[in-house]
Unconditional design. Structure first.
Ligand code: HEM
Length: 204
């Protein structure tokens, strides 16, 4: 089943590589000590590469956003209210128990349903909440003069910093769980292979 168009595959590989660069350079900045010694790539280099990677990530996010708005791929991200919570529970139950007992996927992949309910929900949270907050708070750190000075007596810049670091952390956790769940296809590597070739291999 051809499910991953070329533009999504190019966006995704770029996004994943940039994320890895952002995590390494972000951690390098966070764990620089008072003598300016960084434990990984060095503070000045980390700042430079973090900014460059963030600019490219922002541009690639715009491509993802517009691509999903104007191509058929956007339909896979639409949530229907009926059975929303029960479908999430069904999928959660499958990940927690069902798959260990050899049960069948409760929501097998079809041309109309590329993602299972839990996958869809986490992709929407990551791409339409986490990423915009990460990008906007990153821009405020790059141009601190646009930050709101004071929010309920706390520095706007500090709150923005906490937001940026929290989003970076949560999206990094998302990435780790995402990579794990991508091993749960027909074979451990079939979903990764699908993202390279564009074709999903069904286990039916
Ligand atoms: C090394 C890191 C990564 C690997 C190996 C990886 C792997 C994969 C694979 C195999 C798929 C296809 C399976 C599926 O249908 O879900 C996929 C889809 C996806 N991944 Fe990743 N991923 C990585 C990082 C990320 C990051 C950092 C994000 C976002 C912050 C992300 C967001 C997505 C989204 C939104 C899709 C669905 C795209 C679509 O078909 O519309 N991934 N990923």
């Amino acid at each position: 089943m051809y499910l991953y168009p070329k533009w999504i595959r190019i966006w995704h590989v770029l996004n994943a590589l940039l994320f890895i660069i952002l995590i390494v350079t972000g951690l390098s900045m966070q764990y620089t000590d008072m003598e300016n010694n960084s434990y990984t790539v060095g503070f000045a280099k980390a700042v430079k590469w973090h900014n460059v990677a963030a600019m490219i990530l922002t541009a690639s996010y715009v491509v993802f956003f517009i691509g999903n708005l104007f191509t058929g791929n956007g339909k896979f991200y639409r949530i229907r209210k009926e059975h929303f919570w029960s479908d999430l529970m069904k999928q959660g139950r499958y990940y927690a128990f069902g798959m260990f007992k050899g049960e069948k996927h409760p929501f097998p992949v079809t041309k109309e349903r590329k993602f299972n309910p839990l996958q869809k929900f986490t992709y929407i949270l990551a791409m339409y909440l986490g990423m915009p907050l990460l990008i906007i708070s990153g821009f405020v750190l790059l141009f601190p003069e646009i930050a709101i000075n004071n929010i309920f007596g706390i520095s706007g810049l500090v709150l923005n910093d906490v937001l940026h670091i929290s989003m970076g952390f949560l999206l990094s956790v998302f990435m780790i769980i995402h990579i794990y769940t991508c091993t749960l296809g027909a074979r451990p590597f079939s979903l990764f292979w699908g993202m390279i070739t564009g074709y999903h291999r069904s286990d039916e």
